[in-house]
Write a protein that binds this ligand. Structure first.
Ligand code: HSE
Length: 428
């Protein structure tokens, strides 16, 4: 039997517009394959230009959120506004009224999922957010319904397309960060104010949501170690490449006996690792479960139609299931109080030093590493110094504590024969 379900879309930007278009274009397909008659009953957007461009009828143009939630034909409210201002108020109002909400808003879910889910449970409606993480890649449904038989031990994700585009271009063309960012902005990959992406905030929101789901406890984004790509030097990408490494901005989550470790930072991975071949604005999540072993999902993390694919998948799920399946967060907002987070994590490291090209310098440095309990795997000198300048020296260490490597770096920088110019974590 065909079920008639009414949808309202709040915000007709890139994702909202793509969602509207997908619902219209695929209406008959969903009728046939899902037995659901999905109609867009209302849209709410201040821009007449956007409403006109999509050909929204006068009756479907809502003037306020109150008008949307008072409409008895609206069963599902889609929030594609973004941010935590109006979006939070509108989603709260819709849930209070008992309307199921589908949102693409990672910041909202990352920061307020518990309060929103509590309202949803109270009023008996659903809250779905597949599109909040990694765009069109069905990572949330996979965590909920695909790999739920496992203890997920580790996740590594390239969850931000802007930074992956920039790093890929720097690697392929030897371009520097500033000029690549400008090019990315010109092409519309990076925003005018790119801080959220390039400083890693966007990745921490996504890692907070994904690791909370994977590890079954609240992982607040404020607990995530974060370092962006703004200080990445093209020289290091090139030296890393020569040694068989590729640089990616990785979102890493580990669930160990000692606690949960979560971090976002530029990371060298072996060029043979599947994540190393995720290029341009593509995203991927690689995870390891105790039963399934390794699983990798790959696809487009942004864009109108890829993100709409995730939004509409949630709409169809909500429309075709009578039981409400909350995405996660069965635990309380305060659950993190009982969770141990590891801050002094272990990693291998890549260091680029400038050193005096003199007899005995290497021996002195290896003695500093030994004193700080850092074990060196590889040392490569890049060229010979001229009489006045110093020579670049690349060092790769074994896994060691972050505190130990920082001590070693401080000691090296106190000497008059060597200085650490760059320091990048390596994931083994
Ligand atoms: N700004 C994000 C990115 C897209 O560059 O991946 C949406 O999450």
């Amino acid at each position: 039997m065909v079920k008639k379900v009414g949808v309202a879309i709040l915000g007709l930007g890139v994702v909202g517009g793509g969602t509207y278009q997908t619902l219209i274009d695929h209406h008959d397909f969903y009728l046939k394959t899902q037995q659901v008659d999905l109609t867009v009953e209302m849209v709410l957007d201040k821009s007449t230009e956007r409403l006109d461009a999509l050909g929204i009828s006068a009756e479907a143009r809502a003037k306020s959120i109150e008008e949307v939630i008072a409409n008895p034909n609206v069963d599902i409210v889609v929030e594609t506004i973004g941010g935590v201002g109006a979006a939070r108020a509108f989603v709260t109002a819709a849930l209070r009224e008992g309307k199921t909400v589908v949102t693409s808003n990672k910041e909202l879910i990352c920061k307020h999922s518990h309060e929103l889910e509590e309202i949803a449970r109270r009023t008996g409606c659903g809250l779905y957010y597949e599109a909040s993480c990694v765009g069109g890649v069905p990572i949330i449904r996979t965590l909920l319904d695909g790999v739920q038989a496992n203890h997920i031990q580790k996740m590594m994700g390239i969850v931000n397309g802007t930074t992956n585009y920039i790093l890929t271009k720097m690697a392929n063309e030897g371009a520097d960060y500033a000029e690549t960012l400008k090019e990315a902005q010109r092409l519309g990959y990076a925003e005018f104010d790119p801080t959220n992406d390039v400083e890693g905030f966007d990745s921490t929101y996504k890692l907070s949501i994904l690791s909370s789901m994977a590890f079954h406890t609240k992982v607040p984004h404020t607990h995530i170690f974060r370092e962006g790509i703004t200080k990445v030097d093209g020289k290091d990408i090139a030296f890393g490449k020569e040694l068989g490494y590729t640089l990616k901005l990785l979102a890493i989550g580990k669930n160990t006996e000692k606690g949960i470790e979560v971090r976002v930072h530029p990371t060298f991975i072996k060029s043979s690792h599947p994540l190393a071949s995720v290029n341009d604005s593509f995203n991927a999540v690689y995870m390891t479960g105790d039963a399934v072993d390794d699983v990798m999902l790959y696809g487009r993390g942004a864009g109108a139609l890829p993100t709409a694919s995730a939004v509409v998948s949630d709409i169809i799920y909500a429309a075709t299931h009578s039981d409400i399946k909350y995405s996660t967060f069965k635990n309380k907002a305060t659950a993190e109080k009982n969770t141990k987070f590891i801050t002094d994590f272990e990693s291998a490291y890549y260091l680029r030093l400038s050193v005096a090209d003199e007899v005995g310098v290497l021996a002195k440095m290896t003695s500093i590493f030994a004193k700080c309990n850092v074990s060196v795997v590889e040392i490569a000198q890049k060229g010979r110094a001229s009489e006045t300048s110093r020579v670049p020296l690349i060092i790769i260490t074994h896994a060691t504590r972050e505190n130990s490597i920082k001590k070693a770096i401080a000691k090296i920088n106190e000497t008059n024969y060597a200085k650490v110019e760059a320091f990048i974590r390596v994931e083994e």
